[in-house]
Design a protein around this ligand. Structure first.
Ligand code: NAD
Length: 427
């Protein structure tokens, strides 16, 4: 297996208060649904928040204490699901917002999971592999009462990867005295991972893009696209969109943007990116700024890097007819009305990037069945579920005469609220 590699530190969703920023959209959707006050309060509040201390003997012999978190936003639909992120500037509000998004995402994807998120406040770039393994194992041991294949199932997120999932699975399995591979998803294939998991988010972005283009009457063959971010989501989305005949004229990563009016050579870009971990020096196109990439004359824009990229400042300059949000939270709440007024069709993050959690669900199902599917079966099922989710959100948006973003929130909140009603309040 590859050595553990580190990505750039996880960014903060909204420096002010990410949970409140997420709630701005939630509040509008709750009003449209005429949600009763008690249900509103229930859905606003995480059902469980756990903080643990993680004392570790570092390689130099000294003891350092880290803080680990797991927040379960809601588990009405089933065991909670969500990633584990390692970052020095991790905040509880950031995790709370991400956990709530997971609740809505799973509801829209129509998978029987609730939403959670967690992480450890640490700087992985300053840790040795041994220290990273110790932190992961102690974090898992401290979360034994929280995690579980029927309770709460972690997955990778920023700065965590397949190897870290393998350590979580192994530590959990040692404590429960049996191999329990369904306790995490995003694992290496050899210990119960799923074929197609790595490409799943990008594949879902591709399906959502084609569905949006069909709604707008845009033919893929004559269209142009720009993709921001060239990591897992961005690179796979770009490649699969180009396989559909869409001309990807610009891509970007932390090193900047790259433009080629005839279409970026994506095989070359992916190959270079894998070898050098940056697109710098790849020669795939003319250098442009990251801001330029967002404002190009294209049919489709796929922000697949990080949050808060499309703001009230640049939303008015965006020329794309469709935005498909590969990243979580790339558009701020203040940018939403500007894009709406300009007729931009935004496929919101909680729908557009739900391919990842959908195949995580497939992984969990396969682990529990002890029977593993072919890549073709995984992809076919993913595409069917993405189509259904897209259509459900689209029709909800039409019914309430709102944007797809609000349609997505309305659909998700309505489903979780109905589940709560039918289950009743235990007292
Ligand atoms: P990644 O770390 O593999 O890639 C991130 C990419 O963005 C890198 O190419 C990086 O260089 C680039 N980048 C960072 N800052 C940038 C900037 N200012 N301008 C342009 N590019 C920049 O991450 P990923 O797994 O591809 O995730 C990307 C986004 O998608 C995140 O918001 C993540 O939460 C979301 N997401 C990921 C998955 C998944 O399955 N990986 C699932 C759902 C959502």
């Amino acid at each position: 297996m590859d050595a553990v590699t580190y990505k750039e530190p996880a960014p903060i969703l909204d420096k002010e208060n990410p949970f409140e920023s997420m709630m701005e959209r939630f509040d509008v959707a709750a009003e449209l649904l005429e949600l009763e006050r008690g249900v509103y309060e229930y859905l606003k509040t995480p059902v469980k928040q756990v903080t643990v201390s993680i004392p570790i003997q570092m390689d130099n012999g000294e003891i350092e204490v880290f803080e680990g978190y797991r927040i379960i936003h809601n588990d009405a639909l089933g065991p909670s699901k969500g990633g584990i992120r390692y970052a020095p500037d991790l905040t509880v509000d950031e995790i709370k917002a991400l956990a709530a998004w997971m609740t809505w995402k799973c509801a829209i994807a129509n998978i029987p999971f609730g939403g959670a998120k967690g992480g450890v406040k640490c700087d992985p770039t300053r840790l040795t592999p041994v220290e990273l393994e110790k932190i992961t194992r102690r974090f898992t041991a401290n979360m034994l009462d929280v995690f579980g294949p029927d309770k709460d199932i972690p997955a990778p997120d920023m700065n965590t990867n397949e190897q870290i999932m393998a350590w979580i699975m192994d530590t959990y399995s040692m404590h429960v005295r049996r191999t329990e591979n369904a306790v995490v998803t995003g694992k290496p294939l050899i210990i119960g991972g799923s074929l197609g998991r790595r490409e799943a988010t990008g594949r879902g972005v591709m399906v959502a893009t084609l569905a949006a283009m069909a709604r707008k009457g845009i033919s893929p063959k004559q269209s142009k696209c720009a993709v921001q971010g060239f990591g897992n989501v961005g690179s796979v989305s770009a490649k699969l969109l180009s396989d559909q005949g869409i001309r990807v004229i610009a891509v970007s990563d932390v090193s900047g943007g790259y433009y080629n009016k005839d279409g970026i050579d994506l095989a070359k870009a992916m190959d270079w990116g894998q070898k050098h971990r940056t697109l710098e020096g790849s020669g795939i196109g003319d250098s442009i700024t990251n801001e330029d990439v967002l404002e190009l004359e294209v049919d489709v824009l796929v922000p697949a890097a990080k949050e808060d990229q499309i703001t009230a400042k640049n939303a008015g300059k965006i020329k794309a007819k469709i935005i498909v949000e590969g990243a979580n939270g790339p558009t701020t709440a203040k940018a939403d009305p500007i894009l709406d007024a300009n007729g931009v069709l935004v496929v919101p993050d909680i729908l557009a990037n739900s391919g990842g959690v959908t195949v995580s669900y497939f992984e969990w199902v396969q682990d529990r069945q002890g029977y593993f599917w072919t890549l073709d079966r995984v992809n076919r099922r993913l595409e069917r579920m993405m189509h259904d989710a897209f259509n459900n959100v689209f029709h909800t948006a039409e019914k309430y005469n709102v944007s797809m973003r609000l349609g997505a929130y309305v659909l998700a909140i309505d489903k979780v609220a109905k589940t709560l009603k039918v289950r009743g309040i235990y007292a």
